[in-house]
Design a protein around this ligand. Sequence first.
Ligand code: UT7
Length: 334
Amino acid sequence: MTTERPTAHIIGTGSMVPERILSNRDLESIVDTSDEWIRRRTGIVERRISSTARNESTSAMAIESSLRAMDMAGVGASDLDMIVVGTVTQDRMFPSAACSIQDALSAKNAAAFDISAGCCGFLYALSTVDNAIRCGTAKTALVVGVERLSSVINWTDRGTCVLLADGGGAVVVTSKNNGGGILSTHIQSDGSLWELLYSAKGNDSLPEILSDMDQKPFHLRMEGNRLFKRAIEFLTSISKKAMKNNSLSSDDISIVIPHQANIRIIQGMSKYLKIPMEKIFVNLDRYGNTSSGTIPIALDEANRQGLIKKGDLVLMTAFGAGLTWASSIVQWSI
Ligand code: UT7
């Protein structure tokens, strides 16, 4: 009999992005922008935008990501006792996206709920599941981060519509008694900064080339420049907190999976954390900012590309609407 306390281990990853690619050049026909400006100021080259005709809803992306993660983990629906989804663009106000997944998978033993934490949704969800597993209230859980931001974008606002996109990912987390796994999670917020990124009543005018989309009755508003400065500060401080908590230095980190908002934010974080860009996984050139989707999509890509080996120390970190910010260090178990 082991006396070691249970820790939570990621044992499967999966992700899904919509089929349609919207390039910077396509955006030139929608707003007053240029491929050159978007690449230089953000690092984004193209992004994925969901289609109603192809049923690329938030739930559909979440379900497909979950199935891929469960397949890798060798876990069946009846093994799941918790499904937690980080999203702010669930298909309906209620019930939750998590309940749609629970239904689609017939995960009869699972409690299911969403978490609204802006772009930190995935890490807030991971933190919730980590704590549930440590407490023994869950054994095996699905953690999902998914977003259909195209449905809340103001397509006349060049300051936001060139950045945001759709997609999602999932991980299966399970309890083990042999140490390692999720070493810690850290979540923070400051609601006084809500006006830097929030939703407000919008209209449903859509550009011609995206006319087959569902649009929600509210739009996202952002003060990009002020948020930019906070982003580097918060990503750096919460990453340092995670390393300190685990008595680790920057050199100990094998790979960083950061929120994919802007290459200049990632470069700033790299400089202040003294972690070289070669150790930081970047895919925002292909997917843009998918909010809660960025980290699980990037984690799944890095994992499937063989960039993360068993025992590696993975640092994940994000910031977003709230404002919220978060980090986690995981000793890789796959
Ligand atoms: O997940 C969290 C979500 N949000 C973020 O992470 C966003 C963080 N912020 C950013 O990434 C950057 O602040 C932006 C990419 C949003 C903007 O870059 P910036 O270097 O901070 O530009 P700026 O807002 O200071 O604007 C500089 C200029 C302005 O023109 P003027 O006033 O100097 O003539 C803007 O109107 O760039 C203009 N501009 C654009 N020009 C062409 C803003 N957006 C565009 C655009 N195309 N899409």
